[in-house]
Design a protein around this ligand. Structure first.
Ligand SMILES: *[C@@H]1O[C@H](CO)[C@@H](O)[C@H](O)[C@H]1NC(C)=O
Ligand SMILES: *[C@@H]1O[C@H](CO)[C@@H](O)[C@H](O)[C@H]1NC(C)=O
Length: 253
């Protein structure tokens, strides 16, 4: 299996000026010199709170809108494997469910000149409502259509790992995202593509049933492309914050 093309998308951000900013005071800050166990407790509370603040209020001071619901103008997934070969574009997508994100664990390894952040969360239910356009083959069957879609994922386990360098700008040190990796494992998948095959009701219903019966396999084939799309979305939000908030205002020294 090989991913031919990867993700393409555009997120809408509010404008933000470029002076050094602070995180909202409702997010606790952790002193990196704390003993390990205390630091870890503090970090877990801070990460859980940060998810909450991001989903409900966003961080207006750095131009980040609330991510609940998250609006993404386009998510494009292309897969060129043997079992699944298709081009899928979701447009005007609305993603709902981030406001129920539960933290499982988090860690932060600080080393000379950088840091590695890792968080594991569960999203109990993630609903992706959008327009779609699809063309290709799924497990040997042709698929083609354009219309409304609803992709709903249940108990989604998400692991995010962000490696950062530190760079200095105007006398302040900032994190610079070096790699952003995400791993997404939904326990349940429900797919509904409206108007498949030019609205043919028999073929459309058959294909939706087929997709849902084989959802785990289909998701498995598409997971690299899906993870790249999500990494792109979430890394844009992360960069937006790290570009403006000096890292010593995120992790106290
Ligand atoms: C989460 O946000 C959705 C809208 O996207 C809302 O309908 C729902 O009530 C919210 N749930 C919680 C737990 O805040
Ligand atoms: C999307 O699909 C889920 C699962 O079938 C369903 O519960 C939900 O109501 C649907 N959402 C919309 C907006 O149709």
């Amino acid at each position: 299996m090989q991913t031919l093309l990867t993700a393409l998308l555009a997120l809408v951000f509010a404008l933000a000026a470029d002076a050094a900013k602070q995180l909202p005071s409702s997010i606790p800050l952790c002193k990196v010199s704390l003993p390990k166990a205390e630091y870890s407790t503090c970090l877990n509370a801070a990460v859980q709170k940060a998810f909450h603040v991001l989903s409900i209020k966003g961080i207006p001071s750095v131009g980040v809108f609330p991510v609940e619901p998250l609006r993404v103008s386009e998510i494009s997934i292309a897969e060129g494997g043997r079992a699944v070969r298709l081009q899928l574009t979701l447009s005007e997508a609305e993603l709902q469910g981030f406001n129920s994100t539960r933290l499982i664990s988090s860690s932060n390894d600080i080393s000379e000149g950088g840091t590695t952040l890792r968080a594991e969360v569960v999203i109990p239910r993630l609903e992706i409502i959008s327009q779609y356009e699809i063309d290709g083959h799924v497990l040997l069957l042709p698929i083609r259509g354009k219309g409304d879609s609803n992709i709903t994922l249940g108990n989604v386990n998400v692991v995010v790992k962000i490696e950062n360098d530190v760079e200095t700008r105007a006398g302040e040190e900032y994190f610079k995202v070096k790699t952003f990796k995400i791993n997404i494992k939904p326990q349940k998948i429900n797919i509904e593509f409206g108007n498949l095959f030019d609205g043919d009701p028999v073929l459309g219903a058959h294909m939706n049933r087929f997709l849902n019966e084989n959802a785990a396999d289909v998701f498995g084939e598409l997971s690299n492309s899906i993870e790249e799309a999500f990494a792109e979305i979430l890394s844009q939000i992360t960069k937006r914050i790290f570009d403006q908030v000096p890292y010593k205002s995120i992790f106290l020294h």
